[in-house]
Design a protein around this ligand. Structure first.
Ligand code: SAM
Ligand code: SF4
Length: 329
């Protein structure tokens, strides 16, 4: 069985965008109340007294939009300083990155993933739920700032939605030719977006690769990631192209991660909700750290079973009751 050593941490479930595929407009979202969010101290205690002793060394901060969390820089600084931390990354929509990139870098963050689903400001604005025509430019400035400061790797996440941004697959891939950026095409998943998903369905990674292959050719990259992405590159390009194919391919046997929601639920699998543990309530009711460690250890022991046996059930029955922003994508 794969060693599970990667914790994805949702810092907050709220977001300043309402992406059509993530938290579509019109969906009622029960935002977590402030008092139910894990505090910085609770989160750091869980990391140092539960997860690190269990062998976790890789951490990703996500959300919702993690840069909405006022203490994000302090959290980065603490986690980056632990000697056991081998890898710390952050996923953001980049709206606040222009202002925050330098502080995050100084705090020790080096790896960043930014969602960029379109190079066209109007399409971008439609995808993010019409938050304002200026949003693309601000996101782009955030990306440029991160690039200038030296974040490496700088990865751009693209969810390909048929009929919306599908025609930009090649234009987005072309960004990797001159810059050492990494574009990652994520297959669109039916989580919290049933109307859009049923109307448009998804584009398989192989179809995206075929289009890129036709234009430039495509090589398998010698660099292998430590996650589920299959990595390729356009011949001669500085950057790479990653494909995350959770719909067309089952990579459960390679899964090395669990997810901690902003209100402290530990979730063993993205695609179903079995086995979750409410770490925050346990912590606040005085359960000791060794006992919490034991609960998490037991969950890790049954994780493989949960992944394999329940994956399809979740996808077929629309079992998901939380959106990606709530789970921490
Ligand atoms: N707000 C940040 C952002 O957008 O980068 C971080 C949180 S977001 C939930 C993390 C990632 O999940 C993003 O790259 C987003 O594109 C992806 N995502 C959200 N909903 C998705 C869906 N239904 N299918 C595939 N990817 C999705
Ligand atoms: Fe917000 Fe990220 Fe979800 Fe878009 S994908 S609504 S930016 S959390």
């Amino acid at each position: 069985m794969n060693q599970v050593d990667y914790l994805r941490i949702s810092l907050i479930d709220r977001c300043n965008y309402r992406c059509q595929y993530c938290m579509p407009e019109g969906t009622e979202l029960d935002y977590i109340l402030q008092k139910e969010l894990l505090t910085k101290t609770e989160l750091l205690n869980l990391i140092t007294k539960v997860f690190i002793p269990l062998g976790f060394t890789k951490f990703r901060l996500t959300g919702g939009e993690p840069l909405l969390r006022p203490d994000v820089v302090e959290i980065v600084k603490e986690i980056a300083a632990y000697p056991q931390t081998e890898d710390l990354a952050l996923t953001t929509n980049a709206y606040f990155l222009e202002e925050k990139a330098q502080a995050l870098y100084t705090a020790g963050l080096r790896r960043i993933n930014i969602s960029l689903d379109s190079l066209d400001p109007t399409i971008f604005n439609t995808i993010i739920g019409n938050r304002g025509q200026d949003r693309w430019a601000k996101t782009w400035r955030g990306i440029q700032t991160a690039h200038q400061i030296g974040f490496d790797p700088l990865k751009l996440n693209v969810v390909v939605i048929p009929g919306v941004n599908e025609h930009e697959i090649e234009d987005l891939a072309a960004l990797t030719i001159d810059k050492q950026w990494h574009i990652r095409y994520i297959e669109f998943m039916p989580i919290g977006n049933s109307e859009l998903f049923q109307a448009r369905a998804w584009v398989p990674s192989e179809e995206i690769r075929e289009r890129i292959r036709k234009r430039w050719g495509l090589l398998e990259s010698e660099v292998k990631g430590n996650g589920p992405a299959d990595i390729f590159k356009i011949p001669g390009a500085k950057g790479t192209l990653g494909f995350i194919s959770q719909m067309s391919e089952c990579f459960c046997d390679r899964c090395n991660r669990v997810r901690l929601s902003a209100d402290g639920w530990l979730r063993p699998c993205l695609l179903n909700e079995t086995g979750q543990i409410d770490l925050k309530t346990a912590l606040r009711s005085g359960v000791s750290f060794p006992q919490l460690q034991q609960q998490v250890r037991e969950l890790l022991n049954i994780k493989a079973e949960i992944n394999f046996k329940l994956r399809d059930k979740g996808t077929q029955t629309g079992l998901y009751t939380r959106t990606m922003s709530q789970i921490g994508g």
